[in-house]
Design a protein around this ligand. Structure first.
Ligand SMILES: Cc1cc2nc3c(=O)[nH]c(=O)nc-3n(C[C@H](O)[C@H](O)[C@H](O)COP(=O)(O)OP(=O)(O)OC[C@H]3O[C@@H](n4cnc5c(N)ncnc54)[C@H](O)[C@@H]3O)c2cc1C
Length: 442
């Protein structure tokens, strides 16, 4: 490890785990049976469990590691409405009404997290600070202008353009050609949000069993048998909520999820006032590149939290840390001497149509595939699928019945990732003053 880059207390665990230490509490025994068994204890799994337990269904949540170990305690804490394809793309495929309904669910998802955290007094630093999206070249800024004009008025996107000469009013970096502000988006402490969901679920009587991977499921006359190395558990209903960590335990879902690593660093506390010059309005920030970077201040306003994709193939957070640091310093030379205190990664669940999916296959429910923008979507999809499990008609959602596509050439190993990223990086680099870090040792 090169010495000057890492702080003395450097850790290979998420910064968020400092603010919400991982529970070392008693791990409950695995019951023989339950009304509902949920595989995966992130936002999706817990949001569903809250719905089923709330109407008195005996609910068990399993996690292969510990509660919230996946993306839900590792993410960048940027809360948006999350649907990746544009209105134009969705309209071409599904027509105006369905396109609008799908996009509206993204807005509903954002509103759901906002009202859930407020009404339940979840102490998670939810702040509607807005997002700045930097344009990496002039064409990207034109693209933002068109997106704003073409966006259907029903959605009230409420975005505004930042002209190139005004970039400094948003970020202290000379690399962007203006950008776009989305004032409704928010920042959150993802670990604390997860801890709040966990407490709520446990208060309602949900049994959360850690270190208990599901290894398979089998439909039978009582519902679905879930296999684990400890023993089997008989469920009336099962939900798979494993997103980017979906494994061969649920092969049908595995063939439909593309796990892609996303990497983050936290800096050590920075000199007073420096961050406020770099992220002027304390917004969450991302940019227009296909292979994006994202960054924000930590909730106390002392550290830079910087994330992105550092290499074509997956790598180790010891190596991704320095690569992310280089990318950060390209944008913000003033951070040259800022040391890294934390470096970590997580697997985001992508899908072939860039849309999240929920539904049921052969008696097993699922909700997953939020394509990197899952704080709001996973909470909302979890809540809706939980309502469906609970037999509540309010669980109906515009995504019901959407075909969850796979490809004949894909069995769960994304061999095409490196060439696709190579191509996207090359495209991002055209006419761009923002360059990505050179590939490292993967
Ligand atoms: C570095 C990073 C930055 C991100 N930044 C943002 C952001 O700023 N904004 C945003 O909206 N989204 C972001 N995301 C994405 C977001 O965090 C996820 O979409 C969301 O947390 C998904 O929640 P989930 O509950 O579906 O899955 P997860 O939180 O990943 O939970 C899945 C769980 O399933 C468990 N599991 C897997 N297999 C099994 C099994 N067989 N048996 C039992 N348990 C199993 C895993 O251990 C894991 O705990 C980011 C993700 C990463 C990794």
């Amino acid at each position: 490890m090169s010495q000057p880059l890492f702080s003395q207390d450097f850790k290979l665990t998420p910064y968020w785990w400092e603010r919400s230490p991982r529970s070392q509490g008693n791990n409950p025994a695995l019951p023989k049976s339950a009304d509902v068994v949920i595989i995966g204890s992130g936002y999706t799994g817990l949001s569903a469990a809250i719905q089923t337990a709330n109407i008195g269904l005996d609910t068990v949540v399993l996690d292969a590691v510990h509660a919230g170990w996946g993306c839900s305690s590792r993410n960048g804490g940027q809360v948006d409405s999350g649907i990746k394809p544009s209105y134009k793309q969705l309209k071409q495929k599904y027509g105006h009404a369905r396109a609008l309904a799908l996009l509206q669910e993204g807005v509903n998802a954002f509103n759901w997290v906002k009202s859930y955290t407020t009404e339940n007094h979840i102490d998670c630093d939810f702040k509607q600070v807005g997002r700045f999206v930097g344009a990496h070249n002039p064409a990207a800024l034109d693209g933002f202008r068109k997106d704003i004009i073409n966006s259907p008025h029903e959605l009230e996107v409420n975005a505004r353009i930042i002209e190139p000469q005004d970039t400094a009013s948003e970020v202290g970096s000379t690399h962007y050609h203006g950008g776009m502000v989305l004032p409704r988006y928010a920042s959150i402490d993802p670990g604390r949000y997860h801890a709040g969901l966990l407490k709520h679920a446990q208060r309602l009587g949900v049994t959360v069993v850690s270190h208990c991977p599901a290894t398979g499921t089998k439909k039978n006359k009582h519902g679905v048998l879930v296999r684990t190395p400890r023993k089997d558990i008989q469920a009336k209903q099962v939900l798979v909520a494993t997103s980017g960590y979906t494994s061969q335990a649920t092969p049908w879902q595995r063939k439909r999820i593309i796990p892609i690593g996303s990497y983050m660093i936290a800096t050590e506390p920075l000199p007073e006032g420096l961050l406020q010059q770099l992220i002027v309005n304390n917004r969450v920030v991302t940019d227009s590149r296909k292979v994006i970077v994202y960054f924000r201040q930590c909730p106390e306003g002392k550290r830079m939290l910087f994330g992105g994709r550092v290499s074509l193939n997956e790598t180790n957070p010891r190596l991704s840390g320095p690569a992310l640091h280089r990318m950060m310093v390209e944008l913000f030379p003033a951070l040259q001497s800022a040391k890294i205190s934390h470096s970590w990664m997580g697997y985001v669940g992508y899908t072939f149509d860039d849309l999240p999916h929920l539904g049921q296959h052969q008696g097993v429910h699922y909700a997953m595939g939020y394509c990197g923008s899952g704080i709001a979507l996973s909470s909302y999809f979890g809540m809706r699928i939980g309502q469906q499990l609970a037999g509540n008609p309010e669980g109906a959602c515009a995504f019901d019945g959407l075909n969850f596509q796979n490809r004949f050439y894909y069995r769960g190993n994304p061999w095409f990732l490196a060439p696709s990223l190579f191509y996207y990086r090359w495209r991002d680099a055209q006419h761009s003053s923002v360059t990505t870090a050179k590939n490292n040792k993967t």
